[in-house]
Design a binder for this molecule. Structure first.
Ligand code: AMP
Ligand code: ZN
Length: 501
């Protein structure tokens, strides 16, 4: 089958046919996490989205070099080190750890979470602290090309000069440089070291108390936040590579400044295609810790959160993420998770019965062949349309009644060739496991689930009557035994639900 892949390029604000620089090969860079706290579910959504993109590109036959960095140099809110702490240093003080212990702890946690969600590891995972030399070299190139200046040991990117000489700045984020220049003119007198507020630090002189610091030609200091991605993507993927990704909250200033740095140092654009994922919301609002509108992956698995009625397994959450397109916001609600749980089970069970069909099909074409093959083609068409997982999933669900019909005899095997039946089976296998990256969950088949659900309902009922009769011995025994089996009960307003860790 012909595969023409179309991707939405944020840089051009339109869908384009994807053509890699080197035939058969793809270089893809995605901004990774800053490792100073537990990874949150929003981060997970972005990395699961790129995992599916990575998997699909490999499925199409490309050799993909996927680079995803670890930001382990702590970054300041402003551009000048006035002695305040960066996020990693602050955590180090609070937890009484070395900054590198903080980094290791949260990087390990991030990797564990990526495994739980069954995301594939990137081909290279470079760390900012391991690439200080490359970053210093890049700063030097930018200075040599006249796009950066040194002030009191710090180095600033000369955004205004760059913007005037290159028709590039603002293109990715949609900012108009003339506005930027006039808007900020009034602030000029408030700027300490920078020539202009739109300039940004690429090397920062460390204050005496700053913990993470390195020697450089300009001062003992540390690199600016945007620099690491420019330096590491160039090192591992070349000056211009195929895909650069990240959450859309990074478009400005991070990605805009990355583009400027690459042009400033190398005279060319870093990436041909920019892919941006959209944000995860909860109950319609941006997930945010400060507004008590957030949930950790752990809380989501165990159900220990006032926002949900029960726990949801990692694969159900992955399925839930698949049900929205990566460029749309995704709203996490209890109802949506429950619907995803049902959908996930339905898909996995349909696949199980499909794979178990012993019949081989006919040699001559029957009434079902055309319809099934068209639907299968559409699954691929949807994925080729900017990795549209919700639509591809919807096409698979249109095929579920066919699979179920063949199983229960509503549809006749006389209507289908062995070729179509094999293609149907392999499409389900490939999409579910290889491309969508779903895994089978613990509980066996349909019958197993029903039996376990029935038994659990019985146990919950017995516990309820024991509690009503103040028979604490029995109710405690039930709770302790279930705990030992890692089964958790959760009492909610609609009754008691259960989940397995
Ligand atoms: P950070 O550690 O904050 O730099 O974020 C790591 C990645 O997660 C970046 O690509 C962010 O754009 C992305 N990200 C952060 N918050 C969210 C969110 N609420 N929803 C989706 N992606 C997010
Ligand atoms: Zn980055």
């Amino acid at each position: 089958m012909e595969h023409t892949l179309n991707v939405y390029n944020s840089l051009k604000r339109q869908k384009e046919v994807f053509n890699p620089i080197n035939e058969g090969h793809i270089g893809m860079y995605v901004c990774g996490p800053t490792v100073y706290s537990d990874v949150h579910l929003g981060n997970c959504r972005t990395f699961v989205s790129f995992d599916i993109i990575y998997r699909y590109l490999m499925y199409l036959g490309y050799r993909v070099r996927y680079v995803r960095n670890i930001t382990d140099v702590g970054h300041l809110v402003g551009d000048v080190d006035t002695g305040g702490e960066d996020k990693i240093a602050e955590k180090a003080r609070l937890e009484q750890l070395e900054p590198m212990e903080v980094v290791q702890k949260y990087m390990n946690g991030f990797h564990d979470m990526m495994k739980v969600f069954n995301t594939l590891p990137p081909s290279i995972e470079p760390r900012a602290t391991g690439h200080i030399i490359e970053q210093i070299e890049m700063v030097q190139s930018i200075i040599d090309n006249g796009y950066a200046y040194v002030k009191n040991g710090s180095v600033y990117f000369d955004t205004i000069k760059f913007a005037k000489e290159n028709d590039v700045y603002g293109k990715l984020s949609g900012r108009i440089i003339e506005d930027l220049i006039s808007e900020s003119r009034d602030d000029l007198k408030n700027q300490d070291e920078k020539n202009h507020p739109a300039d940004f630090a690429i090397w920062i002189k460390a204050s005496p108390t700053h913990l993470m610091r390195w020697n450089s030609p300009w001062s003992v200091g540390f690199p600016g936040w945007h620099l690491e991605c420019s330096a590491m993507s160039t090192k591992y993927l070349g000056k211009t590579f195929d895909i650069h990704g990240g959450g859309n909250d990074l478009k400005f200033p991070h990605h805009e400044n990355e583009v400027a740095q690459n042009h400033g140092a190398c005279g060319c654009a870093p990436a041909n295609y920019w892919l941006h994922t959209n944000m995860l919301l909860m109950n319609g609002r941006k997930m945010s810790k400060s507004e008590d509108n957030s949930i950790t992956p752990q809380e989501l698995f165990t159900g220990e959160s006032s926002h949900i009625s029960k726990g949801y397994s990692p694969m159900m959450i992955r399925f839930f993420m698949l049900q929205s397109h990566y460029r749309s916001t995704l709203d996490l609600t209890d109802e949506a998770l429950q619907a995803a749980e049902k959908g996930y089970k339905r898909l996995m069970e349909a696949n199980k019965s499909l794979q178990a069909l012993a019949y081989n099909g006919k040699d001559t074409e029957g009434a079902l062949d055309k319809e099934i093959n068209q639907l299968i083609d559409l699954v691929y068409t949807e994925m080729n349309d900017d990795f549209n997982t919700p639509k591809a999933l919807a096409r698979l669900f249109e095929l579920v009644p066919k699979a179920n019909g063949l199983k229960d005899g509503h549809l006749s095997f006389d209507e289908i060739t062995s070729y179509t039946l094999d293609r149907l089976k392999s499409t389900f296998q490939v999409f579910i496991y290889d491309i969508f990256g779903l895994q089978d969950e613990d509980f066996g088949g349909e019958e197993g689930n029903e039996a376990v659900d029935g038994l659990m309902k019985l146990i919950i009922d017995i516990r309820q009557s024991a509690r009503a009769n103040k028979d604490w011995g029995t109710s405690d025994k039930i709770r302790d035994t279930l705990n030992a089996l890692e089964i958790k009960l959760k009492d909610g307003k609609d009754g008691t639900s259960w989940s397995k860790n």
